[in-house]
Design a binder for this molecule. Structure first.
Ligand code: XUL
Ligand code: CO
Length: 434
């Protein structure tokens, strides 16, 4: 045991009446919701980067956190892992997620960086034998180092493409070794700052081939998890190629990957793209590419990616409603890609951020389940589209032409009567379950 979380107890479900800060009031892993344990619905993951690797900087100031594991040696990396796995245990977190750069020091050569990663993966594997935490996904950090400033797969320099491809191979190997449920690609620098120096057609070709190689390698090594793309419209690049779910789907179709790759949808990214989180989830589900979620919000005033823990039950409930309608996560889960504020210096802040977020998600899941079970929204939706169940309507879609429909409209004297969308009633239904 390290002494970092000294005195902080294991967090357990104590119910809404609990007086303790270190207790769940709503997240009860064993409680059965719609026939499944809450833990198996929500599949919470802690993001290694924000909780253990982020120093607390913002554009105007640097490090605010002083952590005993900050440093560039393997000893620091092991100490960081010790604390991270202690936190997973305190929270009872079933999963975690990491980038290579979060867990091992970058070395002078590719080979040495890879050895560092492999050593830490062994260290993780030994811990995972002793505790229940599993890997939701692994990923490669192809955006922080200066070599990636002009992109990774989309870089004008083929040597950077090669370095990125080799790095993804090592990270997929690490994910496979740790039994990861998914592998994620977020294209942080896959975009551009100015068209004046950018050949965007060529860059898309590079990115498409890169992703095909990832899929080929997945099958070669027999990785059973899903490959997930995480869309984001901008930041760090002014314009990013994986703008949103719709854009990613078009890209996957173009490169023949729509049956191979799914999406990891982040709440904050959805808002940055001008969508709601639930829109992105519902769209991905309707396209058959829904995979997993990053449950972290932005600040509605600041307009940039603040990666805050969720605290809005009504919004979160709408998201889980779409997750439930999609049939649940499959191999995905709820990753808190969220960081505490830079003034939140205490070890307890890290724990309480997750406790609050897990409770928000649990309340949201229960509300969403009640809504779905009560069937009120679905009944209203079915009624709204009921006309399409009629044989004539089905036939129109299947074999109608503009001319045949024109003839029918004239013959039957069609004159459709507008019907209320009843939005306010449906919003009231939601409020009853929240
Ligand atoms: C950045 C972001 C990433 C990905 C993983 O906005 O969301 O942390 O989740 O690379
Ligand atoms: Co994310």
């Amino acid at each position: 045991m390290t002494d970092f979380f000294n005195g902080i107890p294991q967090v357990r479900y104590e119910g809404p009446q609990s007086q303790s800060d270190f207790a769940f009031r709503h997240y009860n892993p064993d409680e059965v919701v719609l026939g499944k344990r809450m833990e198996d619905h929500l599949r919470f993951a802690v993001a290694y980067w924000h909780s253990f690797a982020w120093p607390g900087g913002d554009p105007f100031g640097g490090q605010t956190f002083e952590r005993p594991w900050f440093g560039d040696t393997m000893q620091h990396a092991r100490r960081k892992a010790d604390v991270a796995f202690e936190m997973f245990e305190i929270l009872g977190a079933p999963f975690f997620c990491f980038h290579d750069a979060d867990v091992r020091p970058e070395a002078a050569s590719f080979a040495e960086s890879t050895r560092n990663l492999e050593e830490i993966v062994e260290y993780f594997a030994a811990k995972m034998e002793r505790q229940k935490t599993r890997l939701l996904w692994g990923t490669a950090n192809l955006f922080s180092h200066r070599r990636y400033m002009s992109g990774a797969a989309t870089n004008p320099d083929p040597e950077v493409f090669a370095y990125a491809a080799a790095t993804v191979k090592t990270c997929m190997d690490a994910t496979m070794k740790l039994g990861g449920a998914n592998y994620v690609l977020w294209g942080g620098r896959e975009g551009y700052e100015t068209l004046l120096n950018t050949d965007l057609g060529r860059e898309a070709e590079q990115m498409g081939r890169f992703l095909q190689m990832v899929v080929e390698y997945k099958h070669k090594i027999g990785f059973k998890g899903a490959i997930l793309i995480e869309p984001k419209p901008q930041e760090p690049s002014k314009h990013q190629y994986d703008y949103d779910v719709a854009t990613v789907y078009g890209f996957l179709r173009r490169f023949g990957l729509e049956a191979e790759v799914k999406v990891n949808i982040e709440q904050g990214h959805a808002i940055l793209a001008g969508h709601s989180f639930e829109h992105e989830i519902a769209l991905a589900a309707s396209l058959g590419i829904f995979g997993s979620i990053d449950m972290n919000r932005n600040d509605y005033q600041s307009g940039w990616d603040t990666d805050q823990f969720p605290n809005n039950v009504p919004e979160t409930a709408m998201a889980y409603y779409e997750v439930l309608r999609a049939g649940g996560f499959g191999s995905g889960g709820t990753n808190f890609d969220a960081k505490i504020r830079r003034q939140s210096l205490d070890p307890a802040d890290l724990i309480l951020a997750h406790v609050g977020a897990m409770d928000v998600c649990a309340r949201a899941l229960k509300a969403a389940a009640a809504m779905l079970e009560g069937d009120a929204l679905e009944a209203a939706r079915r009624a709204r589209y009921a006309g399409w169940d009629a044989p004539a309507a089905k036939a129109m879609l299947k074999s109608g032409t503009l001319e045949s429909i024109h003839a029918r409209v004239l013959a039957e004297g069609l004159n459709p009567v507008p019907r209320s969308g009843r939005q306010e009633r449906l919003e009231n239904l939601w409020n009853r379950v929240l």
